[in-house]
Design a binder for this molecule. Structure first.
Ligand SMILES: C[S@@+](CC[C@H](N)C(=O)[O-])C[C@H]1O[C@@H](n2cnc3c(N)ncnc32)[C@H](O)[C@@H]1O
Length: 227
């Protein structure tokens, strides 16, 4: 296991390894809400379900997960949530605490920083009485075979395909189509052709939407049983 190699300036948290940005300090949380929560109909869809399974590709700082937990608390939800995620380069606990400090409103940030695992393998962490984080420390391709049918929603968040092409493989898109509930949804910050084509090839309806801030596009969609 290797820790993430972060560089922090007053605007961004950057991965030196991938030469790409985790989040923007000014509005990273709003971007997470726009791209991952709103696009997948969260929190309103959670009000209709007793149980809901989310898979994220790239846990990073845990910002998406923490934003979800916040919405859950604000909306006083009762849904049981299984949140699966994978991280090849975990962030060292002290560094994560520092990085998450910018988000004053995120309730569970200190808990996450204190339990963020750094040993390879699957870690099952109860973050809330109804919410379990299943965080796999290791490579995406070793995580995918561990996932079972019944995924409701995907957060595709693994750095830009031109910086990290291994994250956006046919293996991922095929696995997604095999284990997603009919009409299960996905979203991603990237609208790169390789991602749209890969998802469409495996039966997903894919649509481009306005991106957050000055980003032109993002994508969202669902598994289309008619395709
Ligand atoms: C854009 S960041 C994720 C941001 C994150 N969702 C958040 O809320 O902070 C992408 C993450 O994917 C991880 N990653 C990239 N390639 C990977 C791979 N092949 N297997 C597992 N994790 C990978 C990176 O280390 C990085 O932490």
């Amino acid at each position: 296991m290797k820790y993430a190699d972060l560089s922090i300036n007053d605007k961004h948290i950057i991965s030196e390894h991938y030469d790409d940005v985790y989040f923007d300090m000014d509005n990273g949380l709003d971007e997470t809400k726009h791209v991952f929560l709103d696009r997948n109909g969260i929190p309103s869809i959670l009000k209709e379900k007793n149980e809901f399974t989310i898979v994220e590709t790239g846990f990073g700082t845990g910002l998406n997960f923490l934003a979800l937990l916040n919405e859950y608390e604000i909306e006083k939800l009762n849904t049981t949530i299984n949140y699966y995620s994978v991280e090849k380069y975990p962030i060292e606990k002290g560094e994560l605490k520092k990085v998450l400090k910018v988000w004053e409103d995120l309730k569970f940030k200190d808990e996450l920083a204190s339990i963020y695992p750094s040993k390879n393998g699957m870690h099952k962490i109860k973050m809330h009485k109804n919410i379990t984080l299943h965080l796999y420390i290791g490579e995406l391709n070793d995580f995918l075979p561990l996932l079972e049918s019944g995924v409701d929603c995907w957060f595709l968040d693994g750095f830009a395909p031109d910086k990290n092409p291994d994250m956006w493989s046919d293996t991922l898109f095929k696995k997604m189509s095999e284990i997603t509930h009919p009409k299960g949804t996905f979203s991603s910050f990237t609208a790169a052709g390789v991602v749209k084509q890969g998802l469409r090839k495996h039966g997903f309806f894919v649509k481009r939407y306005p991106g957050f801030g000055n980003k032109r596009h993002m994508i969202g969609g669902f598994l289309d049983d008619k395709l």
